[in-house]
Write a protein that binds this ligand. Sequence first.
Ligand code: SF4
Length: 251
Amino acid sequence: MSAAVPSDSLTPELAAKAERLDALLDSIAARHANVKLASSLAAEDMLLTHAILSRGVKIGIFSLNTGRLHAETLGMIDRVKERYGYDIEQFRPQAAAIDEYVASHGLNAFYESVDLRKRCCEIRKVEPLNRALSNVSAWVTGQRREQSVTRAELHEEEHDAARNIAKFNPLTDWTEAEVWDYLKAFDVPVNPLHARGYPSIGCEPCTRAVRPGEDSRAGRWWWESRDTKECGLHITTITPIAVDRSENTPA
Ligand code: SF4
């Protein structure tokens, strides 16, 4: 059965989208015995967290605790525990790699060059992500196409060739307004930073609030050009997979 969709507070279009999301998550869990959502604890991932935990879908949830997150973001781990009784698994960077980076370049060397920024992301995010995904056959993300130019070609189902596992982006065609309408309708806990102008939330020193008219990822690594703004979590070799939408649409 689908999650209890409060049909009186969702438009018919969004209610149908939510039903379809539930069906897709069920399908992913049925096809993959070990599958995890990589949660940044931001709005899209909280939507997926609700869709998974409120219905007991067999999809694990983990987060990358980089050591540089906002207190508000870390606080979401407790809020998920309070609301759903679920402990989000945390993956942290390796202390020796952090020590070596800081000793060689300085704590905040990511401001100095794209290479040093990417190296920091590699240590604090990519390596822990690889560990988190080392024993799964599929992972799920909250990415949406409209978030930025780097995500314009996103597909709902992809093959992550670098890890040889499946990758699902169930919110590919959701708009920002739809995400927030869903979160409001289900009273899902959200990171308080969103209300302070942070549509996309990463590490504290690398995220700023966005200005009116800017795209939702403009506040991430704001000192870099638009086409470098990914941390390496989502730029491994990806092969899009055509999805038979009728299969995922509930009768
Ligand atoms: S977002 Fe910034 S602090 Fe976080 S891992 Fe990347 S460069 Fe380092």
